[in-house]
Ligand binder design. Structure first.
Ligand SMILES: [Fe+2]
Length: 449
């Protein structure tokens, strides 16, 4: 899972404009992207207006989604799971793109390929907006004319995209194949197994997941656990299983935004997952056991037996009004650094070598702070020029006289400070032994502060 390694303002110089304008609140940025998509739909419906620079505009939005996922993934995922409002045809592609980016990162898919994936997710249903909104509210099964539109929409979408100047073959394949199924029962080409591009498989699985958690006129919203279990049972292909596993790993057993009942009879909302113990999320109580509202949400660590999660409550049955901004610290005040960090962090001064996975280029750096999720590294300006944001690295260091080698990590952000450059870095898929050793180091360092 991608962890936030530092809550400071690590923003790249070439950050896209829309992100810079609104980066203080990722969810508002999601709403902004939805409005943008809605405008594209209107332009397409008018059909007389030209969509200038369409591919560039979608790519800009895809980059913004990548930034949102880095900024505060728990908040955005939480809002997705709590969101039950309409505007489905606009909301769904953006939400799909966000979850696709999160699990594609977990699957270590490269940034460029992820951009094509996100662009595909954003534009996958562009040719059937009206039908999608009608189906969302419809109690009956699709009628014959609707079935025809559904069957044809992948082809119609790629024709539209080509008309608007999209040439990226992976983007187009992702859209054209996003309803194919490895068992050969998908559409429109009934492709099997490896003939389907991985990006289309990711979109397909995330699409199914989000359709499931969203209420329909003919059924209430289903629980995330229920959908994941169903998907896992239905999908036999190993690549699909891997994607579903990554979905579980990144969202957790209780994704942020899940409504739960605690052992002490309080009702709350999951705020974030604990990567080490997926069944013990951090919850904010929003209704006390005596049925009264607390003056402000109360943080509960469900690893403590008194606050164990005993029940997941479907969104339709959860009748407590909640302001998600308040839960994630975006209410009256900007979220503070302490709230945003998942792990305790200690100051360090550890020499380390990082080796880029692709180019094998070595850089000597210093770890200036560390948590279980990652570290902040300092590099002299000359060295920093060779370090690439979003790339995977192996890190070697000595910790408490023990040599640790090949710790996989990803460089997330940077900022310049006092003639040097600081890089926020996430650990990626730490081996259990290394994780435990780092945890032990942090526990010892923390108690001596
Ligand atoms: Fe679709």
């Amino acid at each position: 899972m991608d962890n936030y390694t530092d809550s400071g303002s690590f923003v790249r110089e070439n950050v896209v404009n829309e992100y810079s304008r609104k980066k203080e609140n990722p969810y508002d940025l999601v709403l902004f992207l939805q409005r943008k998509l809605s405008n594209w739909y209107k332009t397409i419906s008018a059909s007389t207006v030209e969509l200038r620079n369409f591919p560039k505009r979608v790519i800009e939005s895809a980059k913004t989604i990548q930034k949102i996922c880095m900024e505060d993934y728990s908040f955005v995922v939480g809002c997705i799971h709590m969101s039950q409002e309409v505007n489905y045809s606009v909301k769904h592609p953006i939400q799909t793109a966000i979850i696709c980016e999160i699990i594609a990162k977990e699957l270590l898919i490269e940034s460029d390929k992820r951009l094509s994936l996100i662009c595909g997710a954003i534009t996958m249903n562009m040719a059937m907006k009206e039908t999608q909104d009608v189906l969302y509210k419809q109690i009956n099964q699709p009628y014959d004319d609707q079935k025809e539109i559904i069957y044809n929409h992948p082809a119609l979408c790629i024709n539209l995209l080509k008309q608007y100047g999209v040439e990226d073959s992976l983007w187009l394949d992702t859209v054209y194949q996003h309803h194919e199924n490895a068992n050969g029962y998908g559409y429109p080409q009934r492709l099997k197994g490896r003939r389907i591009v991985d990006t289309a498989r990711i979109v397909n699985i995330v699409d199914h997941y989000l359709v499931g958690i969203s209420a329909r006129a003919y059924r209430p919203a289903l629980l995330p656990q229920h959908i994941i279990r169903k998907l896992y049972a239905e999908r036999k292909d190993p690549i699909d299983k891997r994607i579903i596993f990554s979905l579980v790993k990144t969202l957790g057993i209780y994704p942020p935004g899940t409504y739960v009942k605690l052992k002490n009879n309080e009702l709350g909302v999951v705020i974030s997952n604990c990567e080490l113990e997926a069944d013990k999320p951090i919850v904010y109580t929003v209704l006390r056991s005596n049925g009264k509202l607390p003056s402000s949400p109360i943080k509960r660590d469900t690893a403590i037996s008194e606050y164990t999660v005993v029940e997941v409550i479907p969104p339709d049955n959860f009748k407590v009004g909640i302001n998600p901004y308040l839960l994630w610290g975006y209410g009256a005040f900007k979220q503070n650094k302490y709230c945003r960090r998942k792990f305790k962090r200690v100051k360090t001064k550890i020499a380390a070598t990082i080796i880029e996975k692709k180019s094998h280029l070595k850089s000597e750096v210093v770890l200036i702070n560390m948590s279980e999720g990652g570290c902040l590294i300092r590099a002299e300006r000359g060295v920093a020029n060779g370090i690439n944001i979003d790339s995977l690295y192996y890190m070697d260091m000595t910790l408490m006289n023990k040599v640790l080698k090949n710790i996989q990590c990803r460089i997330r952000h940077y900022k310049e400070l006092d003639g040097a450059v600081l890089f926020g870095t996430s650990f990626v898929q730490l081996e259990a032994g290394v994780r435990e050793f780092i945890k032990m180091f942090l526990d010892r360092a923390y108690t001596t502060i």
